[in-house]
Ligand binder design. Structure first.
Ligand SMILES: O=c1nc[nH]c2c1ncn2[C@H]1C[C@H](O)[C@@H](COP(=O)(O)OP(=O)(O)OP(=O)(O)O)O1
Ligand SMILES: [Mg+2]
Length: 202
């Protein structure tokens, strides 16, 4: 992927995402630097879609760093909750001081799913928008991936991050929290978006 080398900003402040994106990029020999490592600010996510938010995070990082930047906006959408928390997935984990607790966020999701009643079901999907922006010409390209499955309670596994412990992908019986990294990359929303990016830029 010459178009994005030799040095790429991974424009996320989420350690779980940073690890997964580095794992996905590992075969490509691209030097990566995280947004936190560069001291970049966390932009306000004012977009109404995953793609809009990924674009604005990539754009801002590329402009500030003067390097190509890859951003990720993602979340879990629950059918019984009409697609929530969706783009608000990180915000559902925050308290008034902005500290995140995904145990509490998962409890809220489960409580609201139960309140929606049995007919509403437990179907959910993750979406990931990856956006890459270049510093000089304003160019930005985005790619989206999804993975469908069901929610379970109680949460299981500590191998992933975020909502992984309550999500069982379709056709499996373990949660993403119980998946090894390579197993998650075989089917995840993030890996699908990444494959589209590679196909477009590779
Ligand atoms: O594979 C995943 N497995 C579990 N949970 C996930 C996943 N992918 C996104 N999620 C959830 C948690 C995350 O906090 C939120 C994204 O929110 P989102 O604003 O895109 O990311 P963030 O604020 O954590 O980091 P940043 O904006 O700096 O990239 O959705
Ligand atoms: Mg965010």
């Amino acid at each position: 992927m010459k178009a994005i080398g030799p040095k790429l900003v991974i424009a996320t402040h989420n350690a779980g995402k940073l690890r997964e994106i580095q794992e996905l990029l590992a075969p490509y020999n691209i030097e990566c630097v995280g947004a936190a490592e560069l001291g970049l600010p966390e932009p306000e996510e004012i977009g109404n879609t995953f793609v809009d938010n990924a674009d604005l995070k990539a754009r801002e990082a590329a402009d500030l760093a003067g390097l190509p930047a890859l951003a990720d906006d993602s979340g879990i959408s629950v059918d019984a909750l009409h697609g929530l928390p969706g783009i608000f997935s990180a915000r559902w984990a925050e308290d008034d001081e902005g500290n995140r607790d995904f145990g509490r966020a998962m409890e809220r999701v489960w409580r609201e799913v139960e309140a929606a009643g049995d007919e509403a079901g437990h179907d959910a999907h993750f979406t990931c928008a990856l956006a890459i922006a270049w510093p000089d010409n304003g160019q930005v390209e985005s790619f989206e991936g999804k993975v469908f499955g069901t929610l379970v309670w109680p949460p299981r596994g500590d191998k992933g991050f975020g909502y992984d412990p309550m999500f069982v992908p379709a056709g499996h019986d373990r949660t993403f929290g119980e998946f090894e990294p390579d197993e998650k990359h075989a089917i995840s929303h993030r890996a699908e978006a990444f494959r589209k990016l590679v196909a477009a830029l590779g």
